[in-house]
Design a protein around this ligand. Sequence first.
Ligand code: MG
Length: 378
Amino acid sequence: MPDLLAPYAAYPEKSRGRLIFEEKPQGRTEFQRDRDRIIHSSAFRRLEYKTQVFVNHEGDLFRTRLTHSIEVAQIGRSIARNLALNEDLVEAISLAHDLGHTPFGHAGQDALNECMKSHGGFEHNLQSLRVVDVLEERYGAFDGLNLSFETREGILKHCSTRNAARLGEIGERFLQKKQPGLEAQLANLADEIAYNNHDVDDGLRSGLITLEELSSVAIFSDHVKTVRKIFPGISGRRLIHETVRRMINSQVIDLTIQSTRNIEAEKPENIDAVRESSPLIAFSPEMREAQLELKQFLRTRLYQHYRVTRMSAKARRIVSDLFQAFTSDIRLLPAQFQEKAEGEGDIMRVIADYIAGMTDRYAIREHRRLFAVEEIPL
Ligand code: MG
């Protein structure tokens, strides 16, 4: 296990710095400080009550955005250590990558984007950056968390050229078609490993997909066979977990081996050379293929399952009802957001920020407070 960072890793002392200058932290590195700020932010705590596929009240055992982000950090850190990359930076990016998500997962984001169509749109990735750059109100000297460039670079996974053009330094790579550092590339793929696998697990737990159905997917059936061979008679949760953990492990190993190969072929001297090169953190073509099959399965059998679709439809309705209510009369907004709307001028963006910041259950309650006819405590 390498103790030292590889030359192409992100070095905190060579960071491109923060938007507002700060003295070096004591007793920790710049990236550790970023991670610590993220964990202490209120947007991070809200992840506990925001969902990916299942809505928070559907069950206590399903992943939330918080447990998802922790799983991404775990997977990312393991691989970072194997590749001698900066674990702290991968952890910071992983924990922050979903901070900008609306309530109700993609259904919520689609609805809010639709509402904001003629006001610059809404994109969760951009919103994550907005949370750490602007929206968190915790420090005396600046808005947001004032994170390092490298962490912000990793948070902004994708971005339209239109948005990139107004983002300054952090948007440049999208205009110049360059890559982010390896830690950012890694956090992105750790995200994929995490959600593909936990959606299998949550999907089975919910009963919306079955073991039999999943056996049509090669990566799943291969590992199920192995598990059954090692543990004859195994069934239920143990069978599922023994299978899923092997799936995760095989993807972690594959990503490590393929990325090592890519890095050895490219030999980047430092993080700037990484940024100029093609993406180096990658799965093997075979693993890519296997993942695509799994993704396709999850899309049609789980994400488009009629029970998920029903919940998504409800979620979209809640988000667009809230948006319409607030835009029709900003006096319906809580006082602090009214003040912001009046101060900032961009009323629509303030409303989008307010809705995006809501947890699933808060959005449901707010919807009831505004629309329910029966008596609801305000
Ligand atoms: Mg994610």
